[in-house]
Design a protein around this ligand. Structure first.
Ligand code: ADP
Ligand code: ASP
Ligand code: MG
Length: 601
């Protein structure tokens, strides 16, 4: 008998009529022979209202009490949903997170799932009931109520689908699928039929609010097909599935995302020696803050600059940690910029960036948008811009890649039986979170990071433009020249400017370094330097950005060996650093050990 998890978001259970409609949907699946587990969010704006209420009492509500408060929203919903289903004649039972033994760590307001006890849910399903579980909440070892972070009901739903071995997880919401970007900001955005886990992971973590990014980590790790669709119609929505089922030929960019409320932190005058980056990010990670867009400049006179972005809400907690780190390493000081936003494009088809970067930077230049920082990973490019220009920037980029035009459509609807996603499917996880397949490094909790590998690329060179003027259009011109020279660019980083100037670095295959330098000189105004003996080391996994500890462990391992980090770039599926090629093999071995991977065959 198929098992289906259906999750209904806040707007889908906003009032009694909507709850009854959701109940009918669950009943329909039940009557068609499926075992049905329903996950519900708090009704409408309940969670926002509870947050506001707490803020009326105190500016800084204690996190534990916040969780106690916010979890009530979902408890109301599950009770009403169970009543609705029962009133329509089908047996149903509601559970809170703690009643199903959804155990988390103790990081209140951003807790991670450690394990889930399936016993009670399975018993109820076996007895023919529709089971209704409160999203977003859990309980720690000491029975304190925890929540998973805003939007976390998606993560509850996919995690339950994973542990129960459900055939699919349906996410019912107020849009009819995943769009090429937020349709509220760009009305011409278009629904995507299918998207890969990696693309969705990046989009979600870069600001696409339609899915909680951590839910996609579960989906990828356990091979859960997700169907995002409208609560208010029966139209086919978007399937989030394995790469083999989602890849479309000729499509380089699948979507664009905006993270509006971002803040930038820069540590000035950082001494250029091994270990400093580690010290900085260890301090930030200890405060459990997710950082993105880490950019480190090429050193000048033995000093460098390190910038990164955090969610604007985290700025107050980040600054003391950054200042403490700056002091400890003897850096010059800390500056920050508050009114900034991050605009990103994501696509499996952009594994080399030259063309995509050029098109993105040109679109921004044409829209008169200045780029304050740039970072890339294998499947995304992110830029930091002034918040006032963010929506224009997103629209310009969306248009530049023709995302409003219909892309390839599959002839047949997605079916799990014939899919590549099926091959990823794991046996239902057991109570302690382990599952049937032997993972390379065994996590102690379901949501712990699984590192799948460490890679070394010994053939990199880095080109740096030392005097990049701080005005729209410059990066576009540079990468147009590079593209015309036929050079593939791998990582791109540009740090924030001072006195109207900044540095722009990128890596290319070593044998293309001369051509790249020549093209950069032709495009640029100031000096261009090149470092031809670099290696790229990558740690691979799923959900690397939210697991702040990975980058820290990687930097720490390199620091212990006294290896200097020349460039950093991060994504949801890997952390890359460039280091001196002569130390590459040694670093590879040490990283394998640090991440408990078997030594190289
Ligand atoms: P729910 O309460 O059902 O979880 P959310 O508000 O969390 O709903 O998510 C749905 C909203 O996400 C949409 O209304 C839309 O404005 C926003 N959104 C942001 N990016 C995207 C995207 N790429 N595709 C679809 N919706 C998006
Ligand atoms: N109710 C929670 C929130 O608003 C969780 C969710 O809806 O996913 O963030
Ligand atoms: Mg949501």
């Amino acid at each position: 008998m198929p098992l289906l998890v259906q999750k209904f978001g806040g707007t889908s259970v906003a009032d009694s009529q909507k709850i009854l409609a959701a109940a009918r949907r669950a009943i329909r699946a039940h009557n068609q022979g499926a075992r049905v587990l329903v996950v519900v969010s708090a009704r409408g704006h309940t969670t926002d209202e509870l947050v506001d209420l707490a803020k009326e009492i105190t500016e800084r509500p204690p996190a534990r009490e916040m969780d106690m408060l916010l979890s009530t929203g979902e408890q109301v919903s599950v009770a009403l949903m169970a009543m609705a289903i029962q009133s329509l004649g089908v047996p149903a039972i509601s559970f809170t997170g703690s009643q199903i033994g959804l155990v988390t760590d103790s990081f209140h307001t951003k807790a991670r799932i450690r394990n889930i006890n399936t016993e009670r849910m399975v018993q109820a399903l076996d007895s023919g009931k529709i089971v209704i579980v409160a999203g977003f909440q859990g309980v720690d070892e000491n029975y304190n109520i925890t929540t998973l972070g805003r939007g976390g009901s998606d993560t509850t739903a996919v995690a339950l689908a994973a542990v129960l071995g459900a055939d699919a997880c349906e996410i019912y919401t107020d849009v009819d699928g995943v769009y090429t970007t937020d349709p509220r900001v760009v009305p011409e955005a278009r629904k995507v039929d299918r998207i890969s886990y990696d693309e969705m992971l990046e989009l979600a973590s870069l600001g696409a609010g339609v899915m909680h990014s951590r839910s996609i980590e579960f989906a990828k790790k356990y091979g859960v097909p997700i169907h995002v669709r409208s609560s208010f119609s029966d139209a086919e929505g978007t399937w989030i599935v394995a790469e083999g089922d989602a890849r479309r030929l000729g499509v380089t960019v699948s979507g664009a995302a905006l993270a509006k409320e971002e803040a930038r932190v820069t540590i000035l005058g950082v001494p250029d020696h091994p270990g400093v980056v580690h010290q900085i990010f260890r301090n930030i990670a200890e405060a459990n803050i997710v950082v993105d867009m880490i950019v480190q400049n090429v050193a000048k006179d033995g000093r460098t600059e390190v910038s990164f972005t955090v969610a604007a809400d985290d700025l107050d907690d980040t600054l003391p940690a950054a200042e403490a780190a700056a002091k400890a390493i003897g850096a010059g000081g800390v500056t920050h910029g508050a009114g900034v936003s991050k605009v990103s494009v994501v696509g499996l088809g952009m594994r080399t960036h030259t063309g995509v970067a050029t098109a993105m930077f040109e679109a921004l230049a044409d829209a008169g948008v200045n780029i304050e920082m740039i970072t890339t990973s294998e499947i995304k490019i992110s830029v930091l811009v002034q918040r006032a220009q963010a929506a224009d920037a997103l629209r310009a980029v969306h248009r530049a890649f023709g995302l409003e035009r219909p892309a390839a459509v599959w002839n047949e609807p997605f079916t799990i039986e014939k899919s590549a996603t099926r091959l990823l499917r794991k046996a239902p996880a057991t109570e302690n979170g382990a599952n049937g397949s032997a993972a390379p490094s065994i996590p102690s909790g379901m949501e712990d990071l699984v590192i799948s590998g460490v890679e070394l690329d010994e053939g990199q060179a880095r080109v740096t433009l030392l005097e990049v003027p701080d005005r729209p259009g410059y990066a576009a011109r540079v990468f147009r020249h590079i593209a015309e020279a036929g050079v593939f660019v791998d990582m791109i980083v540009q740090n924030v400017s001072h006195e109207g100037k900044t540095l722009l670095s990128f890596t290319v295959p070593r044998d293309a370094a001369d051509r790249a330098v020549e093209a950069a000189r032709a495009a640029g105004e100031g000096a261009v330097t090149v470092e031809t003996s670099l290696a790229k080391l990558s740690v691979l996994g799923v959900g690397m950005r939210t697991h702040t500890g990975v980058a820290v462990r990687m930097f720490g391992t390199l620091a212990e060996l006294g290896i200097n980090i020349a460039l950093i770039n991060t994504s949801e599926v890997r952390v890359n650093v460039a280091t001196d090629v002569s130390r590459g093999r040694e670093a590879l071995g040490a990283l394998r050990k640090a991440f408990a991977l078997p030594a190289e065959a």
